[in-house]
Design a protein around this ligand. Structure first.
Ligand SMILES: C[S@@+](CC[C@H](N)C(=O)[O-])C[C@H]1O[C@@H](n2cnc3c(N)ncnc32)[C@H](O)[C@@H]1O
Length: 272
């Protein structure tokens, strides 16, 4: 599905209503590539899919035999207590059909507050990549982190939306409450525009090293955050857009293939 995924990133992303910055989309693609190279398997899931903007990218990263799970209240908007987005099942299904028709999609039309970890495991098994972007209240965020904590594969990744968005303070306070609870097991390791990435302790060093290699160009800094070391990437989206355009322009010149070979050889040396 790599070609379909690249086509979606290039042409589809901007056509679907939703919330996902171009650089975070690329960064999530890097996470999925790292998982594929490491042979990680498992389901892919999102709570809060709206019209499918991020969900389709996740669906296009699924390999044969992997289920893609969508949880949203959709047209039961009375369950959307803080009016975060507005799922529409018909629009969502039309978009998924247009861009990821071969994905094995399962849909749960419920509030995530009414979903149990056992339901997720029964439907699709352990999850290797999960996105939380449903209800933005403290209660929903803690619930959703606990749901994926209980269903995540050992080297799975959870992507959390809006932690740094001042319009949705419940996301940061709910996450802080979760992280400060001594029983919680997910820890943050990276930040990209409006997204926070978490994994279990044993996987943190693996993803930090792999991403530092793969997305080196967009790495900005490392910081202590909630008692953990995290790496910050591409938070200046305008910089990303400018760099991307510059790279694409240079790639199309006769020098392009040579520069690409030099860059690939440098990355191989760094990986040693
Ligand atoms: C911000 S939007 C999601 C955006 C989406 N991830 C994207 O890629 O554009 C939030 C979504 O969460 C859904 N939602 C709100 N409360 C929910 C809840 N308690 N359980 C599940 N979904 C919920 C809304 O219907 C809406 O579709």
């Amino acid at each position: 599905m790599t070609a379909h995924r690249d086509r979606y990133l290039k042409r589809g992303l901007r056509r679907i209503h939703g919330w996902l910055s171009p650089y975070s989309a690329q960064f999530i693609r890097s996470v999925t590539d790292i998982q594929a190279q490491a042979g990680e398997t498992g389901a892919v899931a999102e709570i809060g899919v709206h019209h499918g903007k991020l969900f389709i990218l996740l669906a296009l990263s699924a390999r044969a035999g992997e289920t893609v799970l969508a949880i949203d209240v959709f047209d039961d908007q009375h369950l959307n207590v803080d009016q975060s987005g507005r799922g529409d099942r018909a629009v969502f299904q039309r978009n998924v059909q247009a861009w990821a028709p071969d994905a094995d999609v399962k849909i749960v039309q419920k509030s995530s507050l009414d979903v149990a970890a056992a339901d997720i495991l029964a439907m699709c098994g352990p999850v290797r990549l999960a996105s939380i972007d449903g209800g933005h209240t403290e209660e929903c965020v803690q619930n959703d982190l606990r749901l994926f904590e209980a269903t995540l594969a050992p080297r799975g990744v959870v992507i959390l939306d809006d932690y740094f968005n001042q319009s949705w303070p419940g996301v940061s306070s709910g996450t802080a409450q979760y992280l400060l609870d001594p029983t919680s097991r997910l820890r943050p390791f990276a930040i990209s525009p409006n997204k926070l990435y978490l994994a279990f302790d044993d996987a943190l060093a693996f993803y930090r090293a792999a991403l530092r290699n793969k997305d080196a160009y967009y790495y900005e800094r490392s910081a202590r955050f909630m008692g953990c070391d995290v790496d910050v990437y591409g938070t200046h989206d305008h910089t990303f857009a400018f760099k991307r355009r510059l790279i694409d322009t240079v790639k199309r010149t006769p020098l392009g293939p040579h520069l690409r070979a030099i860059y690939a050889s440098m990355r191989r040396q760094n990986a040693r």
